[in-house]
Design a protein around this ligand. Structure first.
Ligand SMILES: Cc1cc2nc3c(=O)[nH]c(=O)nc-3n(C[C@H](O)[C@H](O)[C@H](O)COP(=O)(O)OP(=O)(O)OC[C@H]3O[C@@H](n4cnc5c(N)ncnc54)[C@H](O)[C@@H]3O)c2cc1C
Length: 411
């Protein structure tokens, strides 16, 4: 049995704690917040094996530059003088190649499908986090976007996923809740969805039963090492002795990694969501409104919309209402008959997606230490990939053969 300290109580930290404690380890989670409103809460709740293509892909740089001049666009890089931003942009540019995409797709498929299997296991224990397998509709309004979406759907099909291609007339047979102006859709039958908040509650109960200790409002400041091993985690509330340290600090990971002498290229991708409570009229299948990259998820009686990706810094906590206008105009144009009151600024949630320059998560051991594991950089797929990440962390701690090939998931 090892004494494992997990830094970060988001969905990745909690999932790692679950599998480590199940394997018999003593686990402590440290988080500087009270763990009630981080990035793992207000997200769109989608489990997305469909997302096989890493964000760093050919054409993305040019598209990103075009979008930078549109204040309502779904993707935006906040221009500023920053070495981190420069290095991230350069790495993104160099990585966004066809061969990177080709190498990454099987790994993303395998980790996603493993994660979904683990979600199915959790969902067998309880229906309290509202796990459902209704797939994901990629709805599009223009032939140009449709072409790209259909191409991606065919690639996913060739990788073994079940995908349907729907004409405008076929959409109402799947999306029975609301009418849409979409001219076509790709239906990924592999995808699922759940309530992120209720999932969090479920995991906290399970961790409590497994004896996991959680130290909230505790900020990790530094580390004490002996040769190449970390012996203590130093916080504002004292020190924690440790045999294994797991860095699961999402968008803040570069700060802690730096204290360990590790450089990772990761920036926060700010995104917004808002939730319509007890929304009677709503879509029944989770969807992405492709032209505006808006995610739509029915969660129990509620309906959640999420969108925008602003590459920024973690001090940027302002809600940019222009971006929100972009989200709202996309929703109204896809669902002209959906009745709801536009949200006010106070109703908007935001979170920082931990975005690596490669578009891939980082799940690996540190090269510099014998007992440090990084589990971060999941960008827009942290919820989706969390259970598999937790399992892989446990396999690394126990020096087992990893369930999937981790080579491309190194920092
Ligand atoms: C609008 C939006 C929609 C999204 N939709 C989806 C979706 O549908 N499906 C999906 O899979 N993903 C989605 N995501 C992405 C997903 O939410 C993230 O990938 C995921 O939450 C990241 O989880 P994490 O545990 O890595 O990080 P976080 O949840 O950010 O947790 C990191 C934790 O580390 C703590 N921490 C940081 N530094 C320190 C320190 N020094 N000491 C102590 N604690 C520290 C923080 O307080 C924080 O609680 C969405 C994101 C957004 C913004």
């Amino acid at each position: 049995m090892k004494n494992c300290v997990i830094i970060g109580g988001g969905i990745v930290g909690l999932s790692s704690a679950y599998y480590l404690a199940k394997a018999g380890h003593k686990v402590t989670i440290i988080d500087r917040t009270d763990m009630t409103n981080g990035c793992s809460f207000g997200n769109a709740g989608m489990i997305v094996p469909s997302h096989l293509i890493p964000f760093a892909q050919p054409g993305m740089m040019a598209q990103g530059i075009k979008w930078m001049f549109d204040s309502k666009s779904p993707f935006y890089v906040q221009p500023r003088f920053s070495m981190d931003l420069f290095k991230w942009g350069l790495k993104f540019y160099r990585t966004a190649t066809a061969s990177h995409v080709e190498k990454s797709m099987p790994v993303l498929r395998d980790i996603s499908l493993l994660s979904k299997e683990l979600y199915q296991d959790w969902a067998k224990q309880t229906d309290e986090f509202l796990y459902q397998e209704k797939g994901l509709l990629m709805l599009y309004k223009s032939d140009k976007v449709g072409e790209e979406i259909i191409h991606e759907g065919k690639e996913a099909q060739s990788m073994g996923l079940e995908v349907d291609f729907l004409s405008k007339d076929q959409i109402p047979s799947v999306e029975t809740g609301v009418e849409t102006t979409a001219v076509g859709a790709v239906h990924y039958k592999s995808d699922a969805h759940l309530s992120p908040n209720k999932l969090f509650a479920f995991l906290l109960t399970e961790l409590d039963k497994l004896g996991v200790e959680i130290s909230k409002q505790t900020e990790v400041l530094d580390f004490k090492d002996n040769r190449n091993a970390i012996t203590e985690v130093i916080t504002n509330k004292g020190t924690f002795a440790t045999d294994e340290v797991i860095i699961a600090t999402g968008a803040w990971s570069p700060e802690l990694a730096k204290k360990l002498g590790i450089s990772i290229s990761l920036l926060p991708g700010k995104g917004y969501s808002f939730t319509l409570k007890d929304q009677f009229q709503k879509p029944v299948v989770p969807s992405i409104l492709c032209e505006g990259k808006v995610a739509v998820t029915p969660i129990g009686n509620d309906l959640r919309f999420g969108g925008t990706m602003e590459i920024t810094h973690t001090k940027d906590t302002k809600i940019n209402m222009k971006r929100l206008e972009g989200i709202l105009s996309t929703i109204h144009s896809f669902y002209p008959n959906l009745q709801f009151e536009d949200p006010k600024e106070k109703d908007i949630w935001f979170g920082f997606r931990p975005c690596t320059a490669t578009g891939l998560p980082i799940i690996c051991r540190s090269d510099r230490h014998s007992n440090v594991i990084l589990a971060t950089g999941h960008a827009m797929m942290g919820l989706s990939l969390a259970p598999a990440t937790g399992k892989l962390v446990e396999e690394l701690v126990d020096n087992k053969k990893a369930s999937i090939d981790l080579e491309v998931l190194h920092y």
